[in-house]
Design a protein around this ligand. Sequence first.
Ligand SMILES: Cc1cc2nc3c(=O)[nH]c(=O)nc-3n(C[C@H](O)[C@H](O)[C@H](O)COP(=O)(O)OP(=O)(O)OC[C@H]3O[C@@H](n4cnc5c(N)ncnc54)[C@H](O)[C@@H]3O)c2cc1C
Ligand code: SF4
Length: 479
Amino acid sequence: MKKKMLQFVDLNQETPVKRSTVKRKKDFNEIYNEFVTEKAKEQSSRCSQCGVPFCQIHCPLSNNIPDWLKLTAEGRLKEAYEISQSTNNMPEVCGRICPQDRLCEGNCVIEQSGHGTVTIGSVEKYINDTAWEKGWVKPIKVKKELKQSIGIIGAGPAGMACAEELRKSGYQVTIYDRYDRPGGLLIYGIPNFKLEKFVVERRTKLLKDSGIKFVQNFEVGKNDTLYGLKKKHDAVLIATGVYKAREIDIEGHSLKNIFPAMDFLTASNRKGLGDKVQLFDDGTLNAEGKDVVVIGGGDTAMDCVRTSIRQKAKSVKCLYRRDRENMPGSAREVGNAIEEGVEFVWLTSPKRFIGNSKVEEVEVLKMKLGDPDSSGRRRPEIQSGSEYKIKADLVIKSLGFDPENLPKLFNAEELVISKWGTIKIDLKTMQTNLDGVFAAGDIVRGASLVVWAIRDGRDAAVQIEKYLQSKENKSVKAA
Ligand SMILES: Cc1cc2nc3c(=O)[nH]c(=O)nc-3n(C[C@H](O)[C@H](O)[C@H](O)COP(=O)(O)OP(=O)(O)OC[C@H]3O[C@@H](n4cnc5c(N)ncnc54)[C@H](O)[C@@H]3O)c2cc1C
Ligand code: SF4
């Protein structure tokens, strides 16, 4: 019988074909075509089935990658799906948008040996998209309904993963979210060309069909307090993400047409979902025909530049104070942006915004790289006398996010936070300093990744269940 695995010597690495840049710039659809079945099988068979799988170690969910690759290579897709979904609540999302070059694929042994990594993310997407198509993904059928209830604040990946895990055990789960749609940044942050919205919406529907209750347009701090929710539920999870945009405090920062990234991306995502968006419809948040300057070098900046290209901007420049090697964003996304016509202005930092009421130019400074800082990346230093001006009629600031002041917002001043404003938890129990109140996702880690939010949501579910069981045991003993 022909050997199924370890084909990496004979078979070259192939990723799913990308749509041509001409085509993909015309729409907001995802840029990769589907793997055809034979290709997925073939690419999976390149896996070397390592005894110690570094891909799995470097996947935040410890996905059992070698096993589902082998099953895919053997054409046993339903089993591959069962294994894949057992450790991941949104495998088709992670397959699409994890920065695999930094996680599983970056640590694949055959990548290290120069043969090119197994295309793990694409296979994960293929397995799970097939599962949805074939109807293998089914709502949870609870074996025994339990009385205890959990209130989850935030319908992003952390909140949704936690909700699903607790519902599997039979708990009554309600998710509260201040937005009109569930999904968190998956719905209003990340653009369609990375993650089409139907992928998120079918997950949400699955959770609703599983008996999880969603309460939208419900802002904790406005519609109820944290203590109010605590009274209604036996445990509460805070999974509110981080949304406070970092500012650039330079001359001209209050000129018109300078926006935080999330304003720009949310408007674009809402238009894609068919909403009426006043500031987009009147042209303010629409990049069409404009010279756009995006400031920042992370994944959010990449999403802004690529959205501007699709909105038919006249020119799109990305200013970043370090060089390409020292960018925090995914190398894959930088490559996609360059292909699509974004101009990167490396080693450049804004000095001031110039204009009469509206921004017209950005004066910038050239930088050079000095010694590494605490993050290990080389520190940018100003080159004096290097100023020059760049034309701009729309500036998008993408310098990262900080947490909002939750103790104040939630009317719970006692809630302990870190010096960065993230919620402090006991890392073992995931509980905050308030009894029965847990926290997970970006609001604990700071701005991070979907896969880490899912991991946190799953861990929080285990800890909440332990907490509820001990509470139940105590009340039985006391009775
Ligand atoms: C533009 C952009 C692109 C990104 N691209 C990627 C990517 O390609 N790959 C990747 O892995 N990660 C990416 N990320 C990061 C990823 O989206 C986040 O790490 C992840 O969504 C965090 O999940 P979360 O559940 O903690 O929070 P969120 O997804 O932010 O969800 C939090 C939810 O809480 C709700 N909420 C907040 N406050 C309240 C309140 N007071 N009351 C009620 N509800 C509230 C919000 O409305 C939101 O729905 C990106 C982030 C951004 C901004
Ligand atoms: S979840 Fe992310 S890191 Fe883990 S296997 Fe999938 S793509 Fe790789």
